[in-house]
Design a protein around this ligand. Structure first.
Ligand SMILES: Nc1ncnc2c1ncn2[C@@H]1O[C@H](COP(=O)(O)OP(=O)(O)O)[C@@H](O)[C@H]1O
Ligand SMILES: C=C(OP(=O)(O)O)C(=O)O
Length: 587
């Protein structure tokens, strides 16, 4: 292994070293993405090359063993943000927004492709995985073919970006993740979304626990066994690897790592992984906000009165709650500085705006424009939110759990209190809507039963997560609330989305304890306990029937939805106690 260049004979700019060992070192250093001029300077001044600028020796072997052609490609490991900006502008057509954020585009795919997600069927995980439409099987050989295809593609690129970081803030349970990608935008995205290592942690990084090969610019071969399109997002728990082909939507990487944690945390550590945001009040009370994409986890957890633990992915361990990620991925559609100031102000140098159009003259992003997609996004490091809690973990058990459901039928109350059986029933049902653009082919809010409020990301049978949740909630006497951030006064198309200011008032009332003191009455059919008043919220809004002008239509819609619930719950009924089954709507 060539050593770091020695400093006995200082080099002038552009000069080649005479000593063969130093020549080797120079070749090595070139691979480390250190420009010759920089090397010259560093050698001349006797500065040791920082491992943060390149790859350590044994890492380089790992790349060669994986099939990377080290004589051709130029690896940039944990490159500085400024360099990723420069490369994204130079090679990918990115632009800098007026606020300093980088605007970039993901091409054809602007949302996740759940139908193209695969899990490799192999002996170490096969008995744990919940196989079916969410976790579709792929055989080991096909994975090898696609992995090779991804590496072959990466070998054709001049620049290959590597980002090494962590998933999970609790050092006891975190994993080391390596991202290998062909686009600077993807490296910057994961720089923001993973936990950024300190220079010392990077130096000591060693072998990653999980590696993502992102060759999203290159398609999968549709004639490879099991491929149904040119997109493939595949996870192999035995190899501890993920391969992405045919989609450049950056959200695939972060949600891919989430699936990995949804498998590893329960099976290896006995922890519960959660598709939720989390924040902490001034007295240390922790709230979790569960919800499928676009239901308000990011929006509602960014609260000036509470510190943000994280906006999307967490783990509940015996010690408390920790965030999996180092950043947030907010929806930008309709983003408004007054309504969501924390998120608006986080969009600055280092943040990535994805698929957001902009004014060519002013470089101001146009958050109203859904011309590319409704799923416009911004990824920023969590510390860009002023009151982020760093490190992103809390050493206490959650006091409140809030299920965010985006009801496109407009019949669920804006807030209700669930008892322990309802809490399990609603978690397993996961009733909500898919919001436009988040998944391929979803053009309008579409009702869905997304178990665990995040069906696309779960790996084990839902009852395994639900049982752990029920145990933890009972042990820590956590209160559970159902909040409808979706429609009110009518279904999507006739009613309106619950105004954000009222949802915020509801969340405030949960946190200041006043809501728990309200008088509650039960709704027919769904049997939900709704408060008679919430400060700052019109009383009529709290009772869905009162908010609908057409009462018959309301009743019909309630019954229709109740029927859908009964049907959707059939698949879980055998795994639940009679009390949990009875906690659903009664027609
Ligand atoms: N009542 C409401 N509660 C929460 N979000 C709302 C509400 N009404 C509209 N929205 C919008 O819905 C979107 C929620 O997205 P986001 O918070 O990023 O969801 P998630 O983090 O769950 O994916 C935001 O664009 C937000 O402005
Ligand atoms: C990134 C996604 O989800 P969320 O909005 O929950 O972050 C997604 O579903 O692709």
């Amino acid at each position: 292994m060539p050593s770091i260049p020695r400093t006995a004979t200082p080099l002038r700019h552009g000069e080649e070293p005479e000593d063969p060992a130093d020549k080797d070192a120079l070749i090595f250093a070139k691979r480390l993405s250190v420009r010759r001029s920089e090397l010259g300077l560093r050698v001349a001044f006797g500065v040791r090359l920082q491992p943060t600028y390149g790859l350590l020796g044994k890492d380089l072997d790992m790349f060669s063993e994986a099939g990377f052609d080290m004589s051709k490609i130029h690896l940039k490991r944990n490159a500085p943000v400024a360099q990723l900006y420069e490369d994204a502008i130079k090679y990918e057509g990115a632009v800098i927004a007026a606020s300093g954020a980088l605007i970039n585009f993901s091409g054809k795919k602007t949302g996740r492709s759940p139908k193209d997600k695969r899990i490799v069927f192999e002996e170490t995980s096969k008995d744990d995985v919940w196989w079916g439409a969410i976790n579709i099987q792929m055989d080991e050989h096909t994975f090898e073919i696609n992995r090779e295809r991804a590496i072959d593609y990466l070998n054709t690129r001049d620049n290959v970006y590597v980002f090494d970081g962590f998933a999970g803030w609790d050092p006891k349970y975190r994993i080391k993740v390596r991202i290998i990608a062909s686009r600077a935008y993807h490296a910057l995205f994961m720089h923001n979304m993973l936990i950024r290592p300190t220079p010392k942690e990077l130096e000591e990084f060693g072998t990653p626990d999980f590696t993502v090969y992102n060759a999203g610019q290159f398609p999968a071969n549709r004639f490879t066994a099991g491929m149904t399109s040119q997109t493939s997002v595949e996870v192999n728990f035995k190899r501890r690897e993920m391969v992405i082909l045919g989609t450049e939507y950056a959200g695939e990487m972060k949600k891919g790592i989430f699936s990995v944690m949804h498998y590893l945390q329960p099976t290896k550590f006995g922890n519960l992984s959660l598709h939720s945001s989390a924040n902490e009040g001034p007295d240390g009370d922790v709230s979790l906000f569960f919800g499928l994409s676009g239901t308000g986890k990011t929006t509602l957890s960014a609260d000036p009165r509470r510190s943000l633990i994280g906006d999307d992915e967490h783990v509940w361990s015996d010690n408390g709650v920790f965030n999996i990620e180092g950043g947030c991925y907010a929806k930008c559609v309709g983003l408004d500085a007054q309504k969501e100031p924390e998120i608006f102000n986080a969009i600055r140098f280092g943040s990535i705006l994805e698929n957001v159009t902009y004014d060519y003259n002013t470089r101001e992003p146009n958050y109203e424009d859904t011309g590319i997609t409704e799923n416009t996004r911004c990824a920023y490091p969590i510390e860009y939110i002023d009151n982020a809690k760093l490190p992103c973990m809390a050493n206490s058990q959650p006091k409140n759990i809030i299920y965010l459901t985006c009801d496109a039928f407009g019949v669920l109350p804006p807030v209700s209190l669930l008892d322990e059986h309802q809490a399990q029933y609603w978690f397993l049902s996961g009733y909500t809507s898919k919001t436009p653009g988040t998944e391929d082919g979803i053009a309008e809010p579409t009702p869905t039963f997304s178990t665990c409020f995040g069906a696309p990301f779960i790996v084990l049978h839902p009852s395994r997560y639900a049982t752990m949740l029920a145990k933890k909630m009972t042990a820590s006497k956590t209160r559970c609330w159902l909040v409808n951030t979706g429609w009110t006064g009518g279904a999507f198309g006739t009613g309106k989305r619950c105004p954000l200011k009222y949802t915020r008032a509801i969340i405030d009332a949960i946190h200041n304890g006043s809501l728990a003191q309200a008088n509650f009455s039960k709704t027919p059919v769904f049997n939900l306990a709704i408060p008679d008043q919430v400060e700052g919220v019109p009383a009529d809004l709290l009772k869905p029937e009162a908010a609908w002008s057409d009462k018959n239509s309301y009743k019909e819609t309630v019954n229709k939805l109740a029927g859908m619930f009964s049907k959707a719950f059939e698949r879980y009924a055998d795994e639940c106690s009679p009390e949990v089954v009875a906690a659903g709507p009664q027609l």
